[in-house]
Design a binder for this molecule. Structure first.
Ligand SMILES: Cc1cc2nc3c(=O)[nH]c(=O)nc-3n(C[C@H](O)[C@H](O)[C@H](O)COP(=O)(O)O)c2cc1C
Length: 385
């Protein structure tokens, strides 16, 4: 499988990168993930000075949520940024992997000074974070602040010739922010960061499940995948610079969807954080299976942007459910889920029964969702309705 991708001038042997966060505070996790298919690392977002009141991260820091998702209330590096300059970068470069230094975009001058320091040792790209959702709620929401982005780009673009990626998150301003970043010299966009803030409460103690003042945390993981995908697709339609898709990716199918939506590469955080580095091996195997089944795509890079032609008009073709007889146990969950009485049961001589989908079906596919995944007895197939 030809899995090499380019993000502008930066070349990666696979499309999978490890996104910025606690697990990229040091290179260790990445060094375990790299042999399994993770092509590059984005460091924890580094700040020149961590204000004393932000030197400790409130706890609990994380709350695991349904569907391999979580809330977090982290807000940046705990180890001094020099740790990456003096040790971490060299350890990543020693295994021949690209390294992207993530920097907080809140302090433009501090950000520019860190760029100059890292440029002395040479790194592959800078990813500047203007999109942390829970920090935004406490300290000002940079993710929608066009004026701040203009000021930031005015300071950091002249400070470095290294590829400059700007990391955005979902908002109604995402396209305007992407446009402005491109116009002011960004080489790529990364989207999304955590989305939110959101909230979870421990009903036993009545306390919020993350410890930050206000009780809100950034939502990440599979729960945000559709929103992240939408943002990537919107940006891909709006800008010419490459996009790195991030948010909720946990399977090969998610990666393929991100590429088809317009991403040139992807970053993962929550899935490897919850499942461990082995998720990269699983995803690479799933990508290999897809490429083998679809020889029309000669490379992974050829998947980028495939969906755009299908979104210019409404579509009227809808997946129609079909029951796989051998798998159906006759549990009737699908019958209960159907709001239209579109599923009939046919008694069998055995104790099983088969669901039959009749003319009342409007292809809502509630029955597909109702059928337990371990049986997978109803599939949705495309056909004209
Ligand atoms: C615990 C945690 C810490 C994070 N820290 C950072 C950070 O320092 N800088 C940053 O740009 N993004 C940070 N993120 C966001 C991730 O890099 C990523 O954009 C987001 O989690 C969406 O991807 P995912 O759904 O695969 O996790 C953090 C996410 C989590 C869960």
């Amino acid at each position: 499988m030809n899995s090499e991708v380019l993000v502008g001038t930066v070349r990666f042997p696979t499309p999978l990168l490890l996104a910025s966060g606690f697990i990229t505070e040091t290179p260790e996790f990445f060094l375990r993930a790299q042999p399994l298919g993770c092509a590059g690392i984005v460091t924890r977002s580094l700040k020149e000075h961590v204000p004393p009141e932000r030197s400790r991260i409130p706890a609990p820091r994380y709350a695991v949520h349904a569907q391999k998702s979580m809330l977090n209330c982290e807000w940046g590096n705990e180890l001094p940024w020099r740790t990456w300059l003096e040790h971490g970068t060299g350890e990543v470069q020693a295994v021949g992997a690209p390294i992207i230094i993530s920097l907080s975009g809140r302090d433009p001058e501090g950000c520019a000074r860190l760029m100059q320091a890292f440029d002395e040792i040479g790194v592959d790209a800078f990813e500047v974070n203007v999109s942390c959702s829970h920090s935004g709620a406490l300290h000002g929401n940079l993710n929608v602040d066009l004026d701040h982005l203009r000021t930031l780009m005015g300071v950091i673009r002249p400070a470095t010739r290294t590829p400059l990626w700007i990391k955005l998150s979902y908002s109604t301003h995402v396209v305007a922010m992407g446009h402005l970043a491109e116009e002011l010299g960004a080489d790529a966009l990364v989207c999304t960061n955590s989305i939110g803030p959101g909230m979870l409460i421990d009903t036993g103690t009545t306390r919020p499940q993350v410890g930050i003042q206000g009780g809100g945390g950034g939502l990440t993981g599979e729960a945000i995948f559709p929103i992240a995908l939408w943002c990537v697709h919107q940006l891909a339609n709006a800008v010419r610079i490459p996009i790195v898709g991030t948010g909720g990716i946990a399977t090969g199918d998610h990666v393929i969807q991100m590429l088809m939506a317009g991403a040139s590469a992807v970053e993962l955080y929550t899935a490897p954080a919850l499942l461990g580095p082995r998720v990269f091996r699983t995803i690479m195997r799933q990508l290999g299976d897809f490429m083998r089944d679809h020889p029309e795509y000669r490379s992974i890079a050829a998947l980028t942007g495939r969906t755009a032609p299908h979104t210019t008009e409404h579509s009227f073709s809808s997946p129609v459910p079909r029951v796989i007889e051998e798998k159906c146990t006759g549990c009737t969950l699908c019958v209960e889920s159907c709001a239209f009485g579109a599923i009939d049961m046919i008694a069998r001589s055995s104790d099983r029964a088969l669901a039959v989908i009749n003319d009342a079906c409007i292809s809502c596919n509630a029955c597909v969702g109702a059928c337990p995944p371990r049986w997978g007895a109803i599939v949705a197939e495309f056909g004209e309705t």
